[in-house]
Write a protein of this length. Structure first.
Length: 155
């Protein structure tokens, strides 16, 4: 389970870097695309709850929000890739580093949720908390192996 979570985090890191870079290169694209999608869906079905949700969500998108999102995605993606590399290579320093970095990101995400009330961000927080638990648990296993003299290479 731990290896799968790390692989998913690494893949997600790549996607975040790509998405953040795209937002930097195409400012305003996200809001206009969401507006166009919502308008298209609403013309077909005026009471479409999903289209109304997208429309409401896109109303809150500003250039500042997109800049924040792109910077956040790139920084978060780079941190995830670096930490995933250390965890996959079984570097013991990567475990507490991952917990500190992801913990700080979770705190920042919680701050943003308090101001934006974003359900998407709340879901990401929940996923990050589960991943932190898996990292913490695996770190305990690795430390127990070292204390028992087994060594990481034999695990």
């Amino acid at each position: 389970m731990f290896d799968v979570a790390v692989a998913v985090k690494a893949f997600n890191g790549v996607l975040e870097i790509a998405g953040g870079s795209f937002l930097l290169l195409k400012p305003g694209w996200l809001g206009s695309t969401a507006d166009a999608l919502a308008a298209s869906l609403l013309t077909q079905h005026p009471a479409n709850w999903f289209a109304l949700l997208i429309d409401r969500w896109s109303d809150g998108l500003t250039a500042d929000t997109e800049r924040f999102a792109s910077t956040y995605l790139i920084a978060h993606g780079v941190a995830k890739l670096f930490i995933a590399w250390g965890l996959i290579r079984e570097k013991l320093w990567a475990f507490p580093t991952a917990l500190v970095v992801f913990g700080l990101l979770i705190l920042y995400q919680m701050y943003r949720v308090a101001h934006t009330h974003s359900l998407t961000l709340a879901l990401l927080i929940a996923i990050d908390i589960v991943v932190c638990y898996l990292i913490w648990r695996e770190y305990g296993f690795r430390r127990d192996d070292i204390d028992a003299g087994v060594g990481i290479a034999n695990r």
